[in-house]
Design a protein around this ligand. Structure first.
Ligand code: FE2
Length: 194
């Protein structure tokens, strides 16, 4: 089977990780063109909110010790990173060792270290556009759900430890109550509703 580089993330799929899955949203939340490590992957986020939550990517952890870099090409947003607690050699999806919110704008780049799950949120009225260098290429791989990424752990928790929500026009972090603990927190100067 030949590799099809284009994929779109639908509202139906995003319901698995939204703060308010029953709220209406755009048919497509974001568009992906996968060029892999050599050509780079380009992602375009729709603007706006769904049930108050800004449009975001699904979020995933990498399989293995894989890192990647995101370059912000247009717009403004927030990158969320979180690392799970490991107990007796097993990752704990509902316990977070470290959570980071990183506000970004066009021209910035963000390093995603190995073992840190990540997603990105569009907080501006225009499209948010990034390039990244994760390895998605070759036959057998999938542009929508690439083999190097684990989406199940995020699905299980209905999203990351915090949602990015519009409160009086200001992007605000709202905790996801399904998480039992978040040990180390860096909110990047963003307001938090506890
Ligand atoms: Fe990734």
């Amino acid at each position: 089977m030949t590799f099809e580089p284009y994929a779109a993330r639908t509202h139906e799929k995003m319901k698995e990780v939204l703060m308010h899955p029953q709220s209406p949203g755009p048919a497509i939340h974001y568009y992906m063109i996968r060029g892999g490590t050599k050509k780079r992957n380009v992602t375009v986020w729709e603007s706006g909110t769904v049930g108050g939550e800004y449009i975001k990517t699904y979020g995933h952890y990498h399989v293995g010790e894989l890192d990647e870099t995101y370059w912000i090409l247009q717009g403004e947003g927030v990158i969320l990173q979180q690392k799970m607690v490991v107990e007796n050699g097993e990752v704990q999806p509902d316990k977070i060792e470290e959570f980071k919110a990183i506000p970004v704008k066009a021209g910035d780049s963000v390093y995603m270290p190995p073992n840190y799950g990540h997603l990105a949120v569009n907080t501006a009225p225009e499209w948010f556009v990034t390039a990244d260098d994760s390895p998605v290429e070759g036959s057998g791989d999938n542009a929508s759900m690439p083999g190097h990424a684990d989406y199940e752990l995020v699905k299980h928790m209905h999203g990351f430890a915090y949602y990015v929500v519009e409160k009086n026009g200001v992007p605000t972090l709202v905790p996801n109550k399904l998480y039992k603990e978040v040990r180390k927190k860096d909110f990047g100067g963003m307001p938090v509703e506890e």
